[in-house]
Design a binder for this molecule. Sequence first.
Ligand code: MG
Length: 266
Amino acid sequence: MAKRIKMPIKSESEIRKMRVAGEVASEVLQASAAFVEPGRTTAEVDAFAAELIAERGGIPTFFGYRGFPGNICISINEEVVHGIGGSRKIQPGDLVSIDIGVTLGGWIGDNAVTVAVDPISPESKRLLAVTEQSLFEAIDHAREGVRLADLCGSVETYVNNYGFTVVRQLVGHGVGKELHEKPEVPNFRPAGSTPKLKAGMVLAIEPMVNTGVGDVDWLDDGWTVVTSDRKPSAHFEHTVLVTNGDPELLTWRPRTALPEQLGVTL
Ligand code: MG
């Protein structure tokens, strides 16, 4: 039985505002990613991002969301998502996932990237390349008339081909004035029938990909999600506008190397 989901459609003027929020979220994420260095603490990265967001007139969307204590999410290695900046020092070999939401003029841009702190292992390099490309596999489906299930399923299919797993307990989401709007955007093909995408929908697509098992646990802080086997995980996210033609990225950053350019093969 198909669930009836009312999915928000943004007007042209709302999309214009979301482009601005997305641009700021992108700038802050790229600057924060460049700020990641061995010896810096995750609290320092959080504070750096918060200052940039404030300078641009924005609000860190995640701060206070259901009581979240950080300005951004910063998660290292086995931490999948929702890590809180603190005294942990970044070290060579770390995979540092940064997720930044910016609210500007009431509209939200949401994006994430996993930063490699060199030298990283060949498996970590492979994980990053595959996770980033899995995001773009999904983005390519963000077109009017495509079934949501096909977009979602494309992530898991791609990831499993490389021997990695997707996290199933956390999902992407619609985004707009609210951080989490309809529909849910899992990184696997959901059971049952799903709606067709419509132009004007805005989706935060965010593959969370593990090198080991897909299962996750929550740490005692109530927020930080870690892989159950404590093996590394990666997270890439963009805010994407569904259109009649090519998908439009409302958040943007340069692509890193494609898997084949890195010699990553099936
Ligand atoms: Mg998100």
